[in-house]
Design a protein around this ligand. Sequence first.
Ligand SMILES: N[C@@H](CCC(=O)N[C@@H](CS)C(=O)NCC(=O)O)C(=O)O
Length: 252
Amino acid sequence: MTNDANVFYYKPGSTFSNIGLLNLLEKQVIDRFTLQKVELARGENNEPWYIQVNSKGLVPVLVHNGKATAETIDIGQYLDKQFPDHPLHADDAQVIEKLQRWHAIQLKVIALGPKSADENTDKRAADLKAERDSIEKNAQANPALAAAYTERLNLFDARAQGIMSFERQQQQTQLWAKLLEDTDNYLADGREYLHGSTFTLLDLHAVAMLYAAQTKWRLEVPADRPHVKSYYERHTQRPAFVKLVQMNTAAN
Ligand SMILES: N[C@@H](CCC(=O)N[C@@H](CS)C(=O)NCC(=O)O)C(=O)O
């Protein structure tokens, strides 16, 4: 953990870390924060120091003036309030309502969840058990953090259940397909943005989700959703997005 008052904790390339980074870039405040990597693959997010930053054990987290905010929507609302320049209209209830639909999509479940009821999930179950055991070990070694570790384990179990479930994989696949269909229809008359006449936090999340879907999870936008495709291509030319891709390339 760093003692800096302004820190952005993230994992380069992770879907929600990208949303947070893109937010800092769009708001042009990224230089005000120390960027601190959290290595998920090494389980750093389950270590006591990070559980004290975020008891859910998730990235990203934004610490500003010593105050931590987790959850990318909350981070977006916080940044828009604290730094009013380059507004993303995060205080607009309709922006947030539409955004929730994108936020509810679990790309990892679509990409890695079982594709049939009889798919062999033994290896995945063993990996999840090993990670859970290591979290429990940390919890036992840190009784003062018992409440935080309980929260972490509850969230871990819910996610593990999702990634092992064929029904969840199907449900998420359908939600994603329907979201792309509805978005394509909405954009069909040549609109540039998903709400109103300017780039909002909704567009930021949508573009970052489309980026993650295609580059990280190999979930291509289908050819019969041309308006979504051109929307995505247009907004990936924004300076903030170009910078995000540069940062991700440099991190690899
Ligand atoms: N709802 C959270 C989701 C954050 C999230 O799922 N982060 C992932 C990385 S993209 C994570 O930290 N995963 C670690 C884990 O689940 O153990 C947000 O909006 O910030």
